[in-house]
Design a protein around this ligand. Structure first.
Ligand code: PMP
Length: 371
């Protein structure tokens, strides 16, 4: 740990061997100006298939216009935001910048999104699991709550550098209370970064944890344009964190992470009109989510359709194999959760169009009548 930094500065959590690491100095390094750019070995003329020459040059490493639009969207300062190739890249960057290869650990709360453990394993970093508490038995509404006391114990007992929380959780759909996230981060200050993955934040009633970073700078938040913004193919994800930590992550990132056409389309999807359309789409998904859940909950084939703060439902079936087969027979592909911790009888169903959701309901009702 870099002891010269002030107490609570999350840059203290960065790998000691990366202190002073400048990363790659790209040809787009700020501070240079001129009208004839001959410093990046680019072609002097466009490709024949690229009529307006938009692709001739390397893109900006952190495109200022996109970064400003994203910062406005997420309500943070632009210097607190790093944009990259989906939140998948952000997860990878955080693991590589904070955990020593072959050492340290990340903590995850299964059942949860798979990429935290994949990035850690690829980096030689241990994965410590503190399962979510499934309060299904008591039928309480705080389903799949994180076991914050156990997380705190595990994170202080070992070399945990990152705690990955997913809120709303994939595949559970449950959101975590901000007060508990803040208290956890406070107790892990100068020990670990608490990463709150808000890939499904637009569908949730719980506010973003980004508002906590001022008070608790060892919190980082992941956001993405892949879900509510319908831009999964463009691969635009953001990490919001302390500005010093963002500068470190930038130095660990590839020189030109975002393709120029993706930057361009992402900027277009963030003007006021496009954002209003996105909001309208989210409203439809929320209404459909509740309709689908109510219909599935009534089916005799369903053991439990959990409430969800995301754009999917986690559903337990009496006979999950029959449910999976019946849906596939109807041409509907859902996410199999049967191998996930504590979810041997569960499938995760993305909320689709009203017509698609009707097909799901019909298939499950059909299953009920054949049982
Ligand atoms: N986090 C969660 C919780 C996800 O479910 C996903 C995608 N399934 C991601 C991150 C990755 O999203 P992106 O497309 O931004 O890489």
């Amino acid at each position: 740990m870099n002891a010269s930094l002030r107490e609570g500065d999350p840059v203290r959590l960065v790998r000691a061997d990366l202190a002073g690491f400048g990363g790659y100095a790209s040809a787009r390094t700020a501070g240079l100006d001129g009208d004839t750019w001959l410093n990046a070995n680019e072609s002097p003329w466009p490709n024949a298939a690229d009529a307006d020459g938009a692709l001739r040059r390397y893109p900006e490493p952190q495109p200022a216009a996109l970064r400003a639009l994203l910062a406005e969207l997420y309500g943070c300062d632009a210097d607190r935001l790093l944009v990259g190739r989906g939140s998948d890249e952000a997860i990878d960057l955080l693991v590589r910048a904070l955990c020593r290869p072959g050492g340290d650990a990340v903590l995850i709360t299964p059942p949860t999104f798979g990429m935290y453990a994949v990035s850690a394993r690829l980096h030689g970093t241990a994965v410590i699991e503190v399962p979510l508490l499934d309060t299904e038995a008591s039928r309480r509404e705080d389903w799949f709550k994180a076991d914050f006391a156990a997380i705190r114990r595990a994170a202080t007992a070992g070399p945990v550098k990152i705690v990955f929380l997913c809120s709303p959780g994939n595949p559970t759909g449950a959101a975590l209370p901000l007060s508990e996230v803040e208290a956890l981060a406070h107790s892990l200050q100068d020990r670990a970064l608490v990463v709150v993955d808000e890939a499904y934040g637009e569908f949730s009633e719980v506010a973003s944890a980004a508002s906590l970073i001022d008070r608790q700078p060892n919190i980082a938040v992941l956001r993405t344009l892949s879900k509510a913004h319908a831009l999964a193919g463009a691969r635009i994800g953001s990490v919001i964190a302390d500005a010093g930590l963002i500068a470190v992550l930038r130095r660990c990132q590839a020189p030109y992470p975002l393709p120029a056409p993706c930057i361009e389309v992402a900027c277009r999807t963030l003007d006021a009109e496009a954002r209003a359309r996105t909001d309208a789409g989210v409203a439809v998904v929320l209404a459909e989510r509740e309709r689908l859940r109510a219909a599935l909950a009534q089916s005799a084939a369903v053991r439990r359709a959990y409430p969800s703060q995301a754009n999917f439902l986690l559903v337990r079936f009496h006979d999950p194999d029959a449910a999976m087969d019946r849906l596939l027979d109807a041409g509907i592909v859902v996410r199999d959760q049967r191998a996930a911790t504590g979810l041997g009888d569960a499938l995760r169903i993305t909320v689709g169009t009203p017509e698609q959701n009707n097909r799901v309901i019909d298939a499950i009702n059909d299953l009920e009548s054949t049982q």
